[in-house]
Write a protein that binds this ligand. Structure first.
Ligand code: PLP
Length: 377
């Protein structure tokens, strides 16, 4: 099989080993929701879903478009925790999604649909416990519970919440305030018709810091960790001895052209780089249309033959240039690595993120869904 010019290689064994390692790390009652929103953080939603289906309890998505696609490959339980507009609720229920709710009119609409379709849509109550984003504030919980318990055609599975600040800090003061607030709200639900309600609060970082200790959630929502990436450097430092994660993605491409430029020659749009010596350049056929960031202009490296080559000049829509003077015998069609390992050298999503002042999540997630995916054992 000839390989595509550029592609995202995903390692099935890395995905599965990350999941297995989370299972070992977490208490045995935790069910795993694999968070595959955002095109599986750029790794390819359905490719990832098929690869890990047998190893997870739920998939978690953001919205209806993703659900429609996912249903082409799996019937597995799905949590949709982003917003589904009223007009799309019937389809979501027909496609067996479990939905996050925080709005009584949506709950009523789901109840009506449940009656009409003769099935009980499953819902998860989103509590905004000091995240300051989506969800119902604890002050509104009692009233919410009283109305909710009159709706007989929906099944309330859980109450859940989301941490605001455990990635960027090792200070867990805010997180503890969130846990306490969430648990108080859950008590109100338990005392008002929802005795057996389950709870979940943790994404990857919460799983590392709190599960099995302060928290014993029935569901744990693993996103970034599934892809072998850490939610932050601080958490990596603290937990990488207890939990092994293996990066899943390599972004691979092939050189479009190699040639020598004389000294004093500018490179690319905007004349942002001028050669200061005879310079062998390689033209890389990827750019911001593929999801690379334009702030990688004159900023960072790519790998060929396991060696680092600096990006020179602007990153354009479909190509950019690297200096390969120090690497012998580079030829057109040679394999280049933008993200991942080659021989003994690695360019991580974290390295690129640092260069352009963002987080690893954004680096992989913004890669174009059009990049072909190759699943490697
Ligand atoms: C995205 C998201 C997650 C996953 O977060 P990671 O840090 O990638 O593990 C979990 N829960 C909710 C509500 C989310 O929005």
């Amino acid at each position: 099989m000839t390989k595509p010019l550029s592609y995202i290689e995903i390692s099935k064994s890395a995905l599965i080993s990350n999941l297995v390692n989370f299972r070992r790390f977490l208490p045995s009652q935790s069910r795993l929701a694999a968070v595959i929103k955002g095109n599986a953080y750029g790794h390819g939603q359905n490719e990832v879903a098929k690869a890990i289906e047998k190893h997870v309890d739920y998939f978690q998505l953001d919205g209806i478009e993703e659900l429609r696609q996912l249903r082409q490959v799996t019937k597995k339980p799905v949590l949709i925790l982003g917003y589904v507009q009223p007009a799309d609720l019937e389809e979501a229920v027909r496609l067996n999604a479990e939905l996050g709710i925080y709005d009584i009119s949506i709950a009523k609409k789901l109840n009506t649909l449940g009656k009409k379709l003769r099935k009980k849509p499953k819902v998860h109550i989103k509590i905004d416990a000091y995240l300051g984003r989506q969800g119902i504030l604890p002050t509104g919980i009692l009233k919410f519970a009283k109305i909710l318990r009159t709706l007989k055609h929906i099944e309330v599975v859980s109450a859940y919440s989301h941490f605001a600040n455990i990635e960027d800090t090792v200070d867990d003061t805010h997180a503890r305030k969130q846990i306490e607030t969430f648990e108080n709200a859950v008590e109100i639900l338990r005392a008002n018709g929802f005795e057996k309600i389950q709870t979940h609060m943790s994404a990857t970082s919460g799983a590392l810091v709190f599960e099995g200790r302060e928290l014993r959630s029935q569901i744990v929502r693993i996103g970034i960790g599934l892809y072998g990436l850490w939610p932050s450097e601080a958490l990596e430092k603290k937990y990488s001895k207890k939990l092994k994660l293996t990066p899943v993605m390599r972004l691979v491409t092939h050189v479009a052209q190699v040639k020598e430029l004389p000294p004093g020659h500018t490179v690319g749009y905007g004349l942002t780089f001028t050669t200061w010596r005879k310079t062998r350049i390689a033209v890389i056929p990827l750019g911001y249309s593929d999801g690379l960031d334009r702030r990688m202009t004159n900023n960072g490296n790519v790998l060929i033959q396991g060696k680092r080559c600096p990006i020179i000049g602007r990153v354009a829509m479909n190509m950019f240039v690297v200096d390969v003077t120090r690497v012998p015998n580079v030829r057109a069609n040679d394999e280049f690595i933008i993200i991942g390992k080659q021989k003994n050298e690695t360019i991580s999503a974290e390295e690129i993120a640092k260069n352009i002042d963002t987080i690893n999540y954004e680096i992989t997630t913004r890669l174009s869904p059009l990049l072909p995916k190759i699943l490697k054992k």
